[in-house]
Design a binder for this molecule. Structure first.
Ligand SMILES: [Zn+2]
Length: 84
């Protein structure tokens, strides 16, 4: 009688890699703002609305429902306050 004990089963640990944002950070200026229509924080699109003498006025649109969720004046030239 030969008793063979084959223990050829070795436990495999399932390596589940996270396929989400692991180190892949995209350059994405848009912040998330609260949209009252979606009732959640949503990614927004930036859109030039007006060009004012004090700066460019941008509008933030919800990328899901295109509602206006905020505005911002982007001042590019702010050399007006020179303290000598
Ligand atoms: Zn929305």
């Amino acid at each position: 009688m030969q008793m063979e004990q084959k223990n050829s089963r070795y436990a495999r640990t399932a390596v589940s890699r996270r396929a989400d944002t692991a180190g892949a950070y995209r350059d994405f200026e848009a912040t998330e703002l609260y949209c009252p229509r979606c009732k959640r924080a949503v990614p927004v699109r930036k859109r030039l609305l007006l060009v004012l003498p004090e700066g460019d006025k941008y509008e933030y649109l919800c990328s899901l429902c295109s509602a206006t969720v905020g505005t911002k004046i982007d001042r590019q030239k702010n050399n007006d306050s020179l303290i000598v």
